[in-house]
Design a protein around this ligand. Structure first.
Ligand code: GAP
Length: 494
């Protein structure tokens, strides 16, 4: 825990969050009984609810609230030429370095950033900043000799062997491949898509024509993506199998930078409206623009391990559509009746990782609070999710297991369960039941007591303040509905 001051709410460190996520059913290491698989994770019962809520909010924002965006769900496997055209076969590489003593391979930027983080932790922030700046300059020029010299001169050692016995730096492709077809020798190599975006590009005309879409318009998609990340670290921040929520916005050439500004603004506001603190969100312009981009920025969130990329916004020009047009021989053009011209549209993309968004919300919600003093000192851990994304919206408790209270409580569950994800609990003291719901971030606990049987009122306890109020059963639906509705989030965006 970072701090334990009276009344002060702080964000816990990553290891506390990881153990909380496992203990309370949010995220488990994949195939854990076999000691897991590096950088692959499974979502538990509360994790899947939280993730689904985040995905649903993003989907509704894009396809329902925005007027000119439609969705698709493309396959993970694509004709391998797709990845040739997109540049992934030849250029989706990361510079890697091997330590000859430990035989361990590292992504150069991770190795150098790790060393910079150690310098910063030791109080040497200037040296850390200068090191990262030098690394970025070498990366921007693809100067691998300079990079290796930097690693040697800074005495950056292998975390496993502790030596600086490094190989030369080489490029390593991050795409996973497998074979399609029944006879191994004749089977064709296919890739697990490293981004969902290409499924949108190759379907551009299908969607434009069938939906009679007029530029400017967008296509949104949520789906799995796979990257053979070499260094597995930081929990679900960097995974080998992850989920992306991407939207490609097709615009008239020459207008792309205006749209780029618009989407930057819209997307950072969206994150704040969902409850991430604005102080923990910032833009970071790319130091090195990819060959297809004429502007690119990351929205970074301040995770317990520092500000890191959560979403990318890229002005991708007409690179992808043109590349597919050239390789497939199929026209990727749009006839713009307003200016009476055919052109290949330009694209502004917003791309956010569902898992990174999940991690940001888990870190932001993880609250450890201490109240009282001396004998009355109390510690409380709870997950302060925005009610709209909380896995369970309300828990219903009969005060005791007798006198008809469980039956009355079940009536309330019946009343709420078609609109909200609700839980019912009758075991243990009511205090313990409140604690259990706090730990998974349930915003409302409804207690049914003897007075309920007389006047149909219940107490409703609010997670963040632990205060209670008495309300009529008939008002529960409207009250919980308002507090947990997506509408409240969208209203903030106007
Ligand atoms: N189509 C553009 C694209 O894929 P990217 O910056 O490589 O751009 C976009 O990825 C987002 O996908 C990132 O901002 C991040 O949230 C998520 N992402 C990328 N690699 C990831 C990984 N290994 N694990 C989890 N999320 C990842």
């Amino acid at each position: 825990m970072e701090t334990k001051q009276k009344g002060v709410t702080t964000e816990g460190k990553l290891k506390d969050i990881i153990s909380h996520a496992k203990e309370y059913g949010f995220v488990f290491p994949s195939s854990e009984i076999y000691d897991g698989l590096a950088a692959v994770y499974d979502y538990g019962p509360f994790g899947v609810e939280l993730k689904n809520n985040l995905k649903s909010l993003w989907w509704k924002t894009m396809t329902q609230v925005e007027e000119n965006i439609v969705g698709i769900d493309a396959a993970i496997f694509m004709q391998p030429l797709t990845w040739k055209a997109s540049g992934h076969v030849d250029g989706f590489n990361d510079p890697m370095i091997d330590n000859k003593d430990s035989q361990k391979r590292y992504r150069v930027d991770h190795l150098v950033e790790g060393h910079a983080a150690n310098l910063e932790e030791a109080g040497n922030k200037n040296a850390a900043d200068s090191l990262v700046e030098k690394m970025n300059a070498f990366l921007a020029k693809d100067d691998f000799t300079g990079l290796k010299e930097l690693i040697i001169s800074e005495k950056i050692s292998c975390p496993v062997s502790g030596t600086v016995n490094w190989s030369d730096i080489r490029q390593f492709n991050l795409m996973f491949s497998t074979k399609i077809g029944s006879v191994a020798e004749e089977a064709d190599v296919v890739y697990l898509r490293p981004e969902t975006a290409q499924g949108i590009f190759v379907n551009f005309l299908n969607v434009q024509k069938t939906g009679r879409m007029k530029i400017p318009f967008g296509i949104a998609q949520i789906g799995k993506a796979f990257r053979n990340e070499i260094v597995a670290r930081q929990f679900i921040f960097r995974m080998r199998e992850f989920e992306q929520m991407e939207m490609q916005f097709f615009v008239r050439p020459g207008t792309e930078l205006d749209w780029y500004q618009k989407w930057k603004d819209v997307r950072i506001k969206w994150h704040a409206a969902l409850g991430l603190s604005s102080e923990k969100l910032k833009f970071h312009n790319h130091d090195k623009l990819a060959h297809y981009a004429n502007a690119a920025v990351d929205i970074e969130y301040e995770f317990p391990f520092g500000f890191k990329e959560m979403e990318g916004i890229h002005s991708r020009t007409d690179f992808d559509l043109k590349a597919h047009q050239d390789l497939s021989g199929k026209k990727m053009q749009y006839f713009d009746s307003e200016i009476n011209q055919n052109y290949v549209p330009y694209v502004v993309e917003t791309s956010v990782g569902a898992d990174r968004l999940f991690l940001a919300h888990l870190c932001s919600a993880f609250t450890q609070e201490t109240t009282g003093e001396g004998e009355t000192l109390k510690e409380r851990t709870y997950l302060k999710f925005h009610p709209a994304i909380a896995p369970i919206k309300a828990a219903v408790f009969p005060l005791t297991k007798k006198d008809g209270l469980p039956e009355k409580a079940q009536e309330i569950v019946e009343l709420l369960k078609y609109d909200f994800n609700v839980a019912y609990e009758e075991k243990d003291s009511i205090g313990k039941r409140y604690t259990r719901q706090d730990l998974i971030g349930t915003p409302f606990c409804i207690a049914v007591d003897h007075q309920t049987l007389e006047d149909n009122t219940v107490t409703i306890r609010h997670r963040d303040t632990a205060t209670q109020e008495r309300i009529h059963i008939d008002d529960l639906n409207t009250r919980i509905g308002y507090e947990t509705s997506f509408r409240r989030i969208f209203e903030k965006l106007r």
